[in-house]
Design a protein around this ligand. Structure first.
Ligand SMILES: Cc1ncc(COP(=O)(O)O)c(C=O)c1O
Length: 385
């Protein structure tokens, strides 16, 4: 009987007994929700990214919502972002009553194209949210320059790129506010979770308030400080976006392994680059000279476009490769269509979407797994393109 094929997802968490022990210890402690483990995780994130403040929060989506709030986004404002992202990057603006202007991408990296920013900026634009697609930092030098010249805030959605660098500087130091996600498929996980990184104490305070309903307890900040020792004030409208200590303990334990995880992702990307360089009809992802990518995703592109991509995708699935497409342009989703966005808005992002297939990349893949995946990819390409 032929050996049945292992299934390889496109991404997967890597947990070990240390991670499990860290969670168990927290379960035995006095704190379950936000307590000392959240504090420790935040300080560790600050030292990892070399930033002054890290605010742990319940998800990457909550991190975006909080970051846009801290930046002052209000009903009627506009934010600029890329359509080649998970919907959350745009949705967080809608939560605040703001509008989203989608700007097309650089066809090589899939990141926001800074050359198109000036013409997209209008009187209501408040911020530019770049996304480090697949782990490759966006072109922050140009984005920052344009943002500064126009009095705009920059947000880096670094859900894919914790640990990556741009011009030698780590993610976290590249935008005014940087958001992270610790969903299991991301670079490190806390099951669910996220964080916002910033050097600004004003943003940090707003983010902390937003995470707990807008409630202020610090006596120095109370409008009625003499009411009594129990007193606290809800000074703005916030949410319950707390990360729990149980999650933070896992995140902290995972963060200690980030360098090893990133090294393995780089090795896998290099192995794929070599194994697929001669395949016809396929374009491989690039890493620009000024960048060290976190390789959250390895996105192949099918030169022939939509129909060929579908054939190859289905063939790969039949060979038990858990492939995925990143991303359906956000404004293609029915909710955005109802808001008035039309297909065709960002042609380069749409072409990118029609060509893309993400293949398995995660630290737990062994060299023998890579051999197996490479064979299946080559077979699928040869038989469909
Ligand atoms: C680019 C990007 N931004 C934001 C998010 C949202 O993160 P979370 O799932 O932690 O809310 C994700 C997660 O899929 C993402 O890929």
């Amino acid at each position: 009987m032929p050996k049945s094929l292992n299934f390889y997802p496109y991404g997967k968490q890597s947990l070990d007994s240390e991670d499990i022990e860290a969670v168990v210890q927290t379960l035995k402690s006095d704190f379950l929700t936000t307590g000392p483990a959240v504090d420790e995780f935040e300080r560790a994130l600050e030292s990892e990214a070399g930033v002054a403040h890290s605010i742990a929060i319940s998800s990457g989506t909550a991190a975006l919502h909080a970051a846009y709030f801290a930046a002052g986004v209000k009903p009627g404002d506009e934010i600029i972002t890329t359509p080649l992202t998970f919907a959350a990057t745009a949705n967080a603006a809608l939560y605040l009553g703001a509008k989203v202007k989608f700007v097309d991408v650089d066809e090589e990296t899939g990141n926001l194209d800074p050359a198109l920013l000036e013409e997209a900026i209008g009187p209501k634009t408040k911020l530019i949210a770049a996304v480090d697609f697949a782990g490759h930092p966006a072109d922050y030098e140009k984005i920052q320059e344009i943002a500064r010249a126009n009095g705009l805030v920059t947000v880096g959605d670094a859900a894919h790129s914790l640990g990556a660098t741009y011009q030698g500087r780590p993610v976290g130091q590249l935008a005014d506010l940087t958001t992270l996600s610790f969903h299991p498929l991301k670079l490190i996980t806390s099951a669910e979770g996220g964080a916002v990184l910033t050097d600004s104490p004003e943003y940090a305070q707003k983010l902390r308030d937003f995470r707990t309903h807008g409630i202020v307890k610090d006596k120095d900040r109370l409008l009625s400080p003499d009411e009594g020792p129990w007193f606290h004030e809800m000074q703005s409208l916030g949410f319950n976006y707390r990360l729990s200590d149980v999650q933070a303990a896992l995140g902290r334990s995972q963060l200690a392994k980030l360098d090893r995880f990133l090294k393995r992702r780089q090795e896998i990307a290099k192995a794929y680059d070599e194994a697929f360089s001669d395949l016809p009809g396929i374009q491989l992802p690039i890493e620009k000279e000024e960048v060290s990518s976190a390789w959250h995703l390895y996105v192949l592109r099918v030169s022939d476009g939509a129909k060929a991509r579908r054939r190859l995708f289905e063939k790969m699935q039949s060979l038990k490769l858990g492939v995925q497409v990143h991303y359906i342009p956000v404004y293609w989703h029915p909710h955005y269509q109802e808001l008035g966005y039309s297909k065709g808005l960002c042609p380069k992002a749409e072409t990118f979407y029609e060509q893309a297939i993400s293949i398995p990349i995660y630290p737990a893949l062994l060299d023998s797994d890579l051999q197996e995946i490479q064979e299946r990819v080559r077979k699928a390409v040869r038989s469909t393109l």
